[in-house]
Design a protein around this ligand. Structure first.
Ligand SMILES: Nc1ncnc2c1ncn2[C@@H]1O[C@H](COP(=O)(O)OP(=O)(O)OP(=O)(O)O)[C@@H](O)[C@H]1O
Ligand SMILES: [Mg+2]
Length: 303
């Protein structure tokens, strides 16, 4: 009984207006349990804008919030305008002391929950759900920053990463003046054969030196600037190392290669994707996985 009193005092649950039996069933832990059906229904309602979603008000990032955050976090001195709103992130043209930079804001959802006011810095004891969502957004920004940095160091033409705070990331602006470089799909190439070779060389560098499979390489994620291709949008890239599932790596590689080749077919250029895959695999396979194909055909699980 004494222990129960202490617990009640610690969590201050006595003055909630609930009866003693209700207090016992509605503990703090349960209140924030994301699997509790009532809570999920309330979140859904909140997303639809219904007032019954009383747990956490969930809203999208606004331009003003992004600008305020970027300046406060020291990522930019100003944010000019939004360039693009992708699946998981919004892209903004920003300034760093007179230089144009790109600000990418991951925004699965943005919560205005009292405890998550400092977005990206989740105080201990916040709702698990809010914490989880913010964590996911932050993970994507961390990944993109690291992957861009590793590619840049390996000499791959990617936008140089500049800074990262919470779910925000800044990088070099690829383009002229305030005009972002066009995507490969929007340019007419004078010498497509040469450009295709360049893209494959750049991708080979990414794979063999930085050890990543891009995972979403296509005419959309290649920009054309200063007479050369630039590879962008890397957060879904997959690291290729001694723990990799090489069969999965193969699948992703061939998908990327086929996506690129498909674009060049519009220029009547046809290449064999399997041959290109072999060139990549000849260049790099993690040491302990060299004979992964033989092991896979014998049904031995690859580690
Ligand atoms: N560093 C950069 N310099 C100039 N423009 C950029 C840069 N990064 C992104 N962009 C512009 O923003 C667009 C979207 O960028 P990115 O593909 O990285 O974002 P995304 O959120 O994955 O978008 P999507 O879901 O549409 O692929 C690009 O196609 C390009 O027009
Ligand atoms: Mg993209």
């Amino acid at each position: 009984m004494r222990v129960k009193k202490q617990v009640e005092r610690k969590y201050n649950v006595c003055n909630t207006g609930l009866t003693q039996s209700q207090v016992q069933t509605v503990s703090r832990v349960e209140k924030h349990n994301p699997l509790k059906s009532g809570v999920i229904a309330q979140k859904r309602a909140a997303l639809k804008g219904e007032s019954s979603g009383r747990m956490t008000e969930i809203k999208e990032l606004t331009f003003d919030t992004v600008r305020e955050d970027a300046i406060q976090y020291g990522l930019a001195t100003d944010v000019t305008y939004q360039i693009n709103a992708g699946k998981e992130a919004s892209i903004f043209l920003a300034h760093w002391r007179g230089h144009h930079i790109i600000l990418k804001a991951y925004r699965l959802w943005q919560s205005s929950h009292k405890m998550s006011k400092k977005k990206g810095y989740v105080a201990q004891g916040t709702s698990k759900r809010t914490h989880f969502i913010l964590g996911m957004m932050e993970d994507l920004a961390v990944k993109e920053y690291d992957y861009l940095m590793n590619c840049f160091r390996a000499g791959v033409p990617v936008p140089t990463p500049i800074g990262r705070v919470g779910n925000y990331l800044t990088m070099r602006f690829i383009g002229d003046g305030t005009q972002p470089a066009p995507q490969l799909k929007d340019v007419h190439l004078e010498n497509p054969e040469k450009v295709l070779d360049q893209i494959l060389d750049d991708y080979l560098l990414m794979y063999s030196k930085a050890h990543y499979v891009h995972g979403d390489l296509s005419k959309y994620n290649i920009l054309w600037w200063q007479e050369r291709p630039w590879l962008i949008d890397v957060p879904q890239a997959v690291i290729v190392n001694k723990w990799s599932d090489m069969l999965k790596v193969e699948k992703l590689l061939i998908r990327d290669i086929k996506n690129v080749l498909a674009h060049f077919e519009t220029y009547d250029i046809y290449r064999d994707p399997n041959h290109i895959l072999e060139v990549f695999l000849t260049e790099y396979i993690p040491e302990n996985l060299k004979n992964y194909r033989e092991l896979a055909s014998e049904g031995i699980e690859l580690l």
